[in-house]
Design a protein around this ligand. Sequence first.
Ligand code: NAD
Length: 484
Amino acid sequence: MRQLTNYINGQRIAPQSGAYLDNVNPATGDVFAQVPDSGAADIESAVTAAAQAFPDWSKTPAHERSRIMLRMADILESRLDEFARAETDDNGKPLSLARTVDIPRAVKNLRFFATAILHTQSESHVTDGQALNYTLRSPRGICGLISPWNLPLYLFTWKIAPAIATGNVAVAKPSEVTPVTADMLADVAIEAGLPPGVLNIVHGLGAKAGAAIVSHPKITTISFTGGTVTGRAIAAVAAPMFKKLSLELGGKNPTIVFADADMKNALPMSVRAAFANQGQICLCGSRLFVERTICEQFTKDFVDTTKQLRVGDPLNESSNMGALVSKPQFEKVAQYVELAKEEGGQILCGGSPPAQLNDRCKNGYFFQPTVIAGLNHTCRVNQEEIFGPVVSIIPFDDENHAVEMANATPYGLSASIWTESLHRAHRVADAVQCGTIWINTWLLRDLRVPFGGMKQSGVGREGGDEAIRFFTEPKNVCVATGNN
Ligand code: NAD
């Protein structure tokens, strides 16, 4: 069995307590790795190593930091198949998805920020012939980076890359549910020659290792991606300590389909938006608003297309959907389907685990893609984040009605709008309260754009310049150039 280690000061080391947690392959239900159950003492060691590394790393020229990170990207890319397989065993997602999306995106994250730091502009402002202001940006020091289980290496590197590219040092904790590819990243860092202490990876539970990162007085910057409830708990600790905080949280994203939409794309893409990665992407469209005049036909077509999705062994190339990430997640999804029935919803397809699975997967946590109709947009199923393969179809009368219902949740992460009307597309994009709006597409990402949520979907933005700003401290220098 695989035994994972922490990666502190350039070394692979065991947790100080000697305790480990079981890591389960969700497609089989078998324990396949042991994860360090780290605590405050391990975080302390990581902080000490990071503090020692900071003076040199922060002064290392950008082109040298870039060179090492590009080397990490190359090594990771050369091991793509190995990483993709590990991600699938750890997370339950189809191997094809890990191979084409998760791991390539982790490579891109490293390359993007490794090269971005070679091209960033500095700001200056001339004050009416009196002064020249320029802004110095310095790395902030030790950054605490905490990531979730749904896109394990993709989101872990999305934080690590901008943090270390800008000259910071990091204490990073992956989700205890999917720690394997983060563990493998330690080898990549060692082989690429990343100096000891620049990146420290500490495994363990959120309430223990994660909480120790958030409350550590020397970690002044926290970047967190995960659930809204956890984000609130982290903010309660970090805010009084005046830490710089980025929170990327949950979503309950609307897909809005107008009668004039191009159905060739709107239909398959809204199915994909609902069920990709078993519905476990923060950006999945779980509330499907359809204009009433086409709702009956669209619902029929949506259900027919959904029924064609194959749920099965994630190692099988023909599987469109694999296993949910864990038993608790499986139980949560099943409970929400029961709640939907209690709230008066009709289950149009799915609603239970698949009838047949191969022998290897007979104890795995699989759930069929589930389509529900007949629920009011204010009921719990349409308000709370399920984070699974469950979508609810709700008809709307006109544009205002669609916008009103789309905005009627505490979340505001993303939305996709399907219409051929240019004017309406822009109007609705402006009116919907979400950090990302897709028009006639879904999940198309340019790493330069600001990424994050409104309302309870988060605080702050990641991506491109936003991330570089987040991980650096601006200092204004005002030089008198004339008489004051
Ligand atoms: P989670 O909040 O349970 O855990 C996320 C991470 O936080 C894990 O590493 C966990 O160990 C750690 N953690 C838990 N409690 C902690 C605490 N008190 N202090 C410090 N760290 C703690 O989330 P999850 O179940 O792993 O992930 C699913 C959630 O993540 C969903 O809500 C999803 O929408 C959200 N998500 C958001 C985005 C985004 O970009 N907005 C992206 C992916 C996932």
